[in-house]
Design a protein around this ligand. Sequence first.
Ligand code: FES
Length: 244
Amino acid sequence: MAEEIDKNAQPEDLPFLGIPRPEEAGTHPTSTSNMPPMKNAPEELKEMAAKAADPSSATARKATPPAQVRMAKPLAKQDDDPGTWEFGRRNFLRAAGWMSFFGFISVASIGALRMMFPRTLYEPPKVFKAGVPKEYNPNTVSEKYKDTERVWICRDEEKIFALVAICTHLGCTPRWLASEGKFKCPCHGSGFTPEGINFEGPAPRPLERAKITLTETGELLVDKGTTFRYENGDWDKPDSFLKV
Ligand code: FES
């Protein structure tokens, strides 16, 4: 038999609901001290349960978590925030690390590129062709190649030879004075005969001759890389002159 409920009973007379009595408010483990005591507790509870069951109610919406949770934006840090300095130092260290890395890569790349270009001195070739012997008249000095090759092509009655146009004093380029029949150095006045023998001024020795030969086609071939010195007796050697 179901227990008959007294319809005139007061809330405090309903112990089966487990609701603290108004005078016990604040003493229940789930209650707070400032919670106002409930009046007509059963009716309020029913109303709260109905609101929670209604999906359109604010209470239900609160109870149902959204499918996606949108994160709140972090607040901007203030200048006096001690974390700001820490962030800056970290950025600085990161930038310094990257700069060191790229600096190393740059230096290594430059070094690798530099190895592709050896320290070689590219000099103009020392050998050149000077035409055919008949271009040079006997007892003449040709200055055709003086400016470009620093060599005179000289011819006497018997031979052709190539005289190097470098003064044996300090290396100036002498001039051929046809009217005087001599070479004259403009720097300190050294003089040389048409053969290249020094006879005045500070030059200590005669001019040098360059190697001269004939090609298969009959052209004069002068090689400045091979020279002949008078004081060493080289002017009697083959290739120091060409018989004509
Ligand atoms: S360099 Fe020619 S005389 Fe001094």
